[in-house]
Design a protein around this ligand. Sequence first.
Ligand code: IPM
Ligand code: MG
Length: 356
Amino acid sequence: MNKTIAVIRGDGIGPEIVNEALKVLDKIAEQYGHAFACEDVDMGGVAIDKWGDPLPQAMLDKCLAADSVLLGAVGGPKWEGLPGPQRPEKGLLRLRAGMGLYSNLRPAKLWPQLADASPLKPSIVEKGIDFLVVRELISGIYFGEHKTVEQNGEQVATDVMRYAEHEIERIGRIAFETAMKRRKKVTCVDKANVLDSSRLWRAVLHRVKEDYPEVEYGEMFVDNASMQLVKDPSQFDVIVTGNMFGDILSDEASMLTGTIGMIPSSSLGDGTRGMYEPIHGSAPDIAGQNKANPIGTILSAAMMLKYSFGLDVEAAAIEAAVDKALNDGLRTADCMADGCRLVSCSEMGDAIAARI
Ligand code: IPM
Ligand code: MG
């Protein structure tokens, strides 16, 4: 198989972790007879420094021309003072919207080897943690109107949370379709006791659920959901939610599994072209030190093989290699434990590639 991958190394630890994922993809290409052609794309802080724009049109075009996009992380203190539209994060939001990637899947699954790294009590962890946050990615408060005006001698800021029915319906269908391949349970997380947009979510999902009679459907307010996630995460299978609640809950979910460094994500629209990235940020505090955990990015590459290229066997080979490396006691600093061997970012990448 011949595929082109737009590669966005980004800022902070982005370049280090992406290099390890590319190492693993090279090994897959070699072992299974594929060719992955990588095209470098500048996005985020690095693009601001080079081009004065977090996502120049030419870079978006490169992503649209590729079969898929692999991303490290963007942002950092260097660009924090910039106004909203010029920040690195805006490049990421424009890329998601420009590619039509409305469906963001963020799995929270406990690797048994890392059970001790979970901040939850063993009695809770033992019940199992294996759920998926299905986050709407290109609408809601992230994409509603943002403005700051002067009113009565003070600044007044507004961010609009807006959802149209079709935007809820298409992400709702993804959640139900995904649940059908899992434990057949969907929980809609919202704030329907306060927000109109949440009430519309519920109304639309009530319609969608009629097409999936086998799926057990429930609803939860987001404040309660954030509490239930630490009380008993085993109750969840698929959580479907809006852009901002999904951002917040997926960070919480990842920590339950021990470290945010292990969690991959996929962002897809209507076709097979997607964007794949770890859910953690650019970690400027450890950037350039070869300390970061590359596994979230490596597993994102595995998701890309599976969801965009249909290479299920190759994706499983990457996951098995990660499993072996963890079984062999290799750990990066974020999940280091007694009796394990501390390895650097590049050593972890080498170890996983060697186990494929
Ligand atoms: C994420 C990140 C982004 C988001 C930021 C960097 C804009 O936190 O992917 O979760 O909020 O979507
Ligand atoms: Mg986030």
